[in-house]
Structure formats: structure tokens, C-alpha cells
Ligand binder design. Structure first.
Ligand code: NDP
Length: 331
């Protein structure tokens, strides 16, 4: 397939352009809000066309698919333009900033008969896929609780809008959205209520949540505690799953890199699970490409994107309300 990139972003530079080429596709065009950035990106990645005119770029028939990694507040506008131009769209998370906008994106994908996926790369992690498999195969019984720790130190080059722009920044829309999607994937279950509290002021000048702790209750009864942060130095991510018959302990797996370790503890003892890690973004794009060829669905569908957004917005509201439980409607 031929791809158009919307957004001269870091994630496109580091991960997506190489992943598109790894699945045998090509990036033929990039659109940015600034001509110089578009030109610079195109030159660095050997991309033939660059522009600031999105509609003109979308009018080229040879473009099959669009990858959107503009800042969060632009995802909706960019996706709607691409979907209306009948291009398949892989959109970065969060897919939009409101439920109404996310639903409109889903509607436009249906009307225009194109695939809309959301890039929740962690669904493609070999460790997380193995955890899901072990849960399904009853290796630890029913899942009672999960302790989900997605606390990192946000590098300076990634801080900009994440800590400066209240409408689109903050740890919830950046990291907690990933937790929710990963938990839905692991449990094959839906969140029904949340509570949360946040901390700010260490790196953000605008009181944007940079650390959040909270709980999520799932429909089948699992209770999750989560800790997400931009300011945790010298730390490691982890997922601890406690079941009625055992536990799964994942370490260092909530990352962009193909790494992570997994231990299973049950009546058979403690086992380190053999993991064959593979590039998460290559898997994500390959699944998306397959979906455009009527072979399955993207790793995370637009509906998955809608659900993780809805729960994230409920968590943000819980923080504003100075905590307490907010029901998630699930509509
Ligand atoms: P960046 O800050 O690198 O890029 C976002 C936008 O900022 C770009 O589209 C660009 O706008 C603008 N920009 C980039 N560099 C500069 C600069 N030097 N000066 C001014 N503006 C600049 O963001 P990320 O790559 O970190 O994130 C982009 C999107 O991808 C977000 O939605 C994020 O949530 C998501 N993301 C997803 C990941 C995943 O694993 N699924 C990982 C990382 C991010 P323009 O296009 O107009 O040039």
C-alpha cells in the first residue's frame, strides 16, 4: 500500500516509517502544519512528496492509507478529512477528544467503507498476548485483581504539548488510555466504574495531571489499581495479575520496545515464560493492512478506541471532581 502521513511527529520518525517499510509498503507523502518541517521530514525519510495542504494531498488516487500522528486535538479533523476521501485510516491514540467526535469518525469509516484502526501498539506485545493466552487457558483461575504500573520518566523531547496544553495533554490521555485498552484486551471485559486522583506541578506549568492513581472496576468483577506517571525516574513498568489459582507478573513490558519478562506462579511452581518478542509497530501495521484486505480486524478497532477514550474521559472527570466513583456508561 501507499501511505500518507499526517504529522511530522517523533513517533512517525522513530517507529512508523520503518514499520510501514518493514511490511512492504511505502510512504509517498507527508503533510505537516509547517512546510519546513514537512520538507525536513520528507528529506530525512526519503519521502517523495511533502505539503501543508491536506485536501490536495488526499486527492491523490495512489494513496491507499493514512497514518495520523498529529497532536491529539487534531486527530478528529484529520481523520474525518481522510475518511471522507475514502482512505483507510490508522489513527494514533486517543482517537479524538470527545465521544461525539469518536462516534462521528466511526460513522464516516462505515459510510465510506474504509478501515479505521487505532494504534494501541501494546496489544501487539508478545508478553501481553501471552498473558491473555494464559488467562484464557485458566492458568491462574478467575482474575480477581490487577496492579497496573505504567509510570515512566517523560523525556524532554516529548514534553511539549503533553505538559503544556490542557485540552490535549496530560498523563491520562497519553498513558492511561493505553492501560484501559490493554486491560480490556487482557480481560476481554468492560470497565464499569472508575475513581482517580492526580498530582501535578513537577514538570507541568499548567496544572495538567502528570501522575494519576486510581481504580477501575470491570463488569465481571475484576478490580484494577493503576499508577501512571510522567515523573517516575529510575523505575520500571509492571503488570501483576492475581487470580484465584495463581499470578502473572510482567515486568518492563509497557514500552514501545520489543522487550519484557513474564513469570507465572501457580500450583506447578514459579515459571519464567519463554517470550519471543517482536516489533510491536510492525505487527500493528501488518494487522491493519490485513484488515484493509478483508483479512481480520486491526489489533485495536475504532470501537476499542472509543471505549478507551470514554473511560479516560471518566477518569479525567473523577480527577476534576476530586475523586470518587463515576459510572462508565458503555453506550
Ligand atoms: P510530536 O510532538 O513529536 O509530534 C506531534 C506534532 O507536533 C507533529 O505532528 C508536528 O506538527 C508537531 N511538531 C513536531 N516537532 C515539532 C517541533 N520541533 N516544533 C513544533 N512542532 C513540532 O508527538 P509524538 O510523536 O510524541 O505524538 C504524536 C501522536 O502520536 C500523539 O497523538 C500521541 O498520543 C501518539 N503517540 C502514540 C504512540 C504509540 O505508541 N501508539 C507513541 C507516541 C505517540 P506538524 O505535523 O504540523 O509538523
Amino acid at each position: 500500500m501507499n501511505w500518507l502521513l499526517i504529522g511530522a511527529s517523533n513517533v512517525a520518525h522513530e517507529w512508523i516509517v520503518p514499520a510501514i517499510r518493514a511490511i512492504g509498503d511505502e510512504v509517498i507523502s507527508i503533510v505537516s502544519g509547517h512546510l519546513e518541517r514537512a520538507q525536513d521530514f520528507a528529506h530525512r525519510h526519503d519521502i517523495a512528496n511533502f505539503s501543508t495542504d491536506l485536501n490536495q494531498a488526499l486527492s491523490h488516487e495512489e494513496i491507499d492509507a493514512v497514518y495520523i500522528s498529529s497532536t491529539n486535538s487534531l486527530h478528529f479533523e484529520h481523520a474525518i478529512a481522510a475518511l471522507k476521501a475514502k482512505k483507510h485510516v490508522m489513527c494514533e491514540k486517543p482517537m479524538a477528544l470527545s465521544i461525539t467526535d469518536a462516534k462521528e469518525m466511526i460513522f464516516q469509516a462505515e459510510v465510506n467503507q474504509v478501515v479505521l484502526g487505532v494504534n494501541y501498539h501494546l496489544r501487539n506485545s508478545a508478553v501481553i498476548k501471552k498473558m491473555r493466552e494464559l488467562i484464557v487457558s485458566d492458568a491462574i483461575g478467575d482474575v480477581l485483581t490487577i496492579r497496573f504500573c505504567h509510570a515512566v520518566s517523560l523525556p524532554e523531547k516529548l514534553q511539549s504539548w503533553r505538559i503544556n496544553t490542557p485540552a490535549e495533554g496530560g498523563v491520562v490521555l497519553d498513558i492511561t488510555v493505553h492501560d484501559i485498552d490493554t486491560l480490556r484486551f487482557l480481560l476481554d471485559d468492560e470497565p464499569i466504574s472508575v475513581s482517580a486522583m492526580a498530582q501535578t506541578g513537577l514538570i507541568s506549568p499548567n496544572n495538567i495531571p502528570e501522575t494519576v492513581m486510581g481504580t477501575i472496576a470491570f463488569a465481571k468483577g475484576t478490580l484494577v489499581s493503576f499508577y501512571d506517571s510522567f515523573t517516575a525516574q529510575y523505575f520500571q513498568t509492571s503488570i501483576d495479575v492475581i487470580g484465584t489459582k495463581g499470578t502473572l507478573l510482567a515486568r518492563n513490558t509497557l514500552t514501545q520496545h520489543a522487550v519484557g519478562e513474564l513469570q507465572l506462579n501457580n500450583i506447578h511452581g514459579a515459571q519464567t515464560i519463554d517470550i519471543k518478542n517482536e516489533n510491536l509497530y510492525v505487527s500493528s501495521l501488518q494487522k491493519f493492512k490485513n484488515a484493509t484486505q478483508n483479512r481480520g480486524q486491526p489489533a485495536a478497532t475504532a470501537y476499542d478506541g472509543l471505549r478507551s477514550l470514554e473511560v479516560s474521559l471518566a477518569i479525567q472527570q473523577a480527577i476534576i471532581n476530586k475523586t470518587n466513583v463515576l459510572a462508565v456508561t458503555g453506550e
